[in-house]
Write a protein that binds this ligand. Structure first.
Ligand code: GAR
Length: 198
């Protein structure tokens, strides 16, 4: 699992695994942020957790860093790379190392509102429904084949914070369910078309 933030999706997945709902194990958590909450949550649960420096760019890993991330994940023999608020774009070499095995969760109903602070984009735009999307990662920004989505209402008195929290509640349901389906080999992908069994 790769994350840059507070780690609520890691906690939801770890809880779902602990409850026997996801036949998987988090082999390692990697972060580009030394004091990210996701690292603390992982260590509290005795999951290997490491800060790996991202290198000299702001929005992506540099070549050396990308190699280090790939090597660490391969050493852990991961079957799936789960992005949970990892705020850097992953490029060709990384994706080729894990073909169709990198998934991401995004806080909007894609293709609406890709990029940063999607909940704020939704609020500013004035949509009445937004949500979250689990998708396979390709070379674009939040553009890979969609595995699953959950809709979330936008309320008249929402603030960016209240809307983000409601979306994150949906994320904590949706992501473990999709990862369970992937672990059970119940997900089929053909071009942009996917089907997710239970
Ligand atoms: C999540 O809301 C996720 O959708 C978002 O970062 C948050 C991470 O939260 N990801 C993106 O915006 C990616 N474009 P967490 O650290 O509590 O899991």
């Amino acid at each position: 699992m790769l994350g840059s933030g507070k780690g609520s999706n890691f906690v939801a997945l770890a809880d779902a695994i602990g409850a026997g709902q996801v036949p998987a194990e988090v082999a390692v958590v990697l972060s580009d942020v030394p004091d990210a909450g996701i690292l603390t949550h992982a260590r509290n649960r005795s999951v290997a957790a490491e800060f790996l420096p991202p290198g000299c760019f702001r929005t992506k890993l540099d070549e050396d860093a990308e190699r280090a991330y790939i090597a660490r994940l391969q050493a852990a023999e991961v079957d799936l790379v789960v992005l949970a608020g990892f705020m850097r774009i992953l490029k060709g070499d990384f994706l080729r190392a894990f073909p169709l095995r990198v998934v991401n969760i995004h806080p909007s109903l894609l293709p609406a509102f890709p990029g940063l602070e999607a909940w704020k984009q939704a609020l500013d735009y004035g949509v009445k429904v937004t949500g979250c999307t689990v998708h396979f990662v390709d070379q674009g920004i939040d553009s890979g084949p969609i595995a699953a989505q959950e809709a979330v209402p936008v309320l008249d008195d929402d603030t960016p914070g209240s809307l983000h929290e409601r979306i994150q509640q949906a994320e904590r349901r949706l992501y473990p369910a999709v990862i369970a389906a992937l672990a059970r080999d119940r997900v089929r992908v053909r071009g942009r078309q996917t089907s997710v069994g239970s």
